[in-house]
Ligand binder design. Structure first.
Ligand code: CA
Length: 266
């Protein structure tokens, strides 16, 4: 049996006046989420908080095997992956509902990336350009594909990854909660081993540090809290143009059932 020890940090960055990012660590249900809100007048804050709250609530009440899911189960996925996917679709509906109830919120939306652990399998789900990475045996693997216009151009072979990093349209997301009426959630399942380190993050990290630089910091033997702090500090020292959020989750063999979690909002 594996348990995750997790730590998270969210920071407004060096330029912006509001932090529209949001994260959640739920050690009881082994659920970890980062959301990056968007929309003027700090409405992004509202969207990301609605989404994270909805996901937390749905996951918490759906861990019971008897609970029915409001959406069709995908038979190719495990129950916890279906739970996480359904939670994100419900979060999308809640963001849309908030917009319908208050026209001033029109245009708000949020990305989301979530990880839900079930034994030795982790469900990883996302919408937008918040990312999940896994560090194993000194190698960093990106587990998500950004739902952005530039990434679509990279996949199609029209832009290199370096061109995409500096492209003027690099912030244009092609999927978000609160966007189109239907949202397509990418879900995958990855096997988990003791020692695996997962990083969930908003693009405020990945636009400031490239994968090699993230790898260098994750390989540190320092406590997770230190590594979180270093990632955020280094993103800010590069300019900190955006809010930055990181959640680190290390998989440990559970000798007894005392997982631990720390959360810090800055
Ligand atoms: Ca952002």
């Amino acid at each position: 049996m594996l348990r995750a020890r997790a730590c998270g940090l969210s920071d407004v960055g060096a330029i912006r006046s509001h932090n529209e990012d949001c994260f959640e660590i739920d050690p009881e249900h082994q659920m970890f989420v980062v959301a990056d809100g968007m929309g003027g007048h700090s409405h992004g804050e509202i969207a990301s908080r609605i989404a994270v709250g909805a996901i937390r609530e749905f996951v918490a009440k759906s861990t019971d095997e008897d609970a029915t899911l409001p959406f069709d189960m995908d038979p190719k996925l495990g129950r916890h992956s279906n739970v996480l996917r359904a939670a994100i679709r419900i979060a999308h509906d809640k963001v849309l509902k908030a917009i319908r109830q208050d026209s001033a919120l029109h245009g708000m939306g949020t990305t989301v990336v979530g990880l839900l652990l079930d034994g030795e399998v982790a469900a990883v789900a996302h919408v937008g350009d918040s990312r999940a990475y896994r560090l194993r045996d000194g190698k960093l693997e990106l587990l998500t594909q950004d739902h952005t216009w530039v990434n679509e151009q990279v996949v199609a072979g029209f832009l290199s990854e370096e061109q995409a990093r500096v492209h003027p349209l690099k912030n244009v997301v092609t999927r978000a909660l609160g966007g189109d009426a239907e949202v397509v959630v990418d879900v995958r399942e990855v096997r988990v081993e003791p020692g695996d380190l997962f990083l969930l993050c908003s693009d405020g990290l990945t636009t400031m540090l490239n994968d090699r630089e993230i790898l260098e910091r994750l390989k540190s033997s320092e406590p997770l809290e230190e590594v979180c702090g270093r990632l955020v500090r280094d993103a800010n020292s590069r300019g900190g143009f955006d809010n930055v959020s990181v959640v680190l989750t290390r998989m440990e063999s559970a000798v007894d059932d005392d997982s631990d979690a720390d959360a810090t909002h800055a």
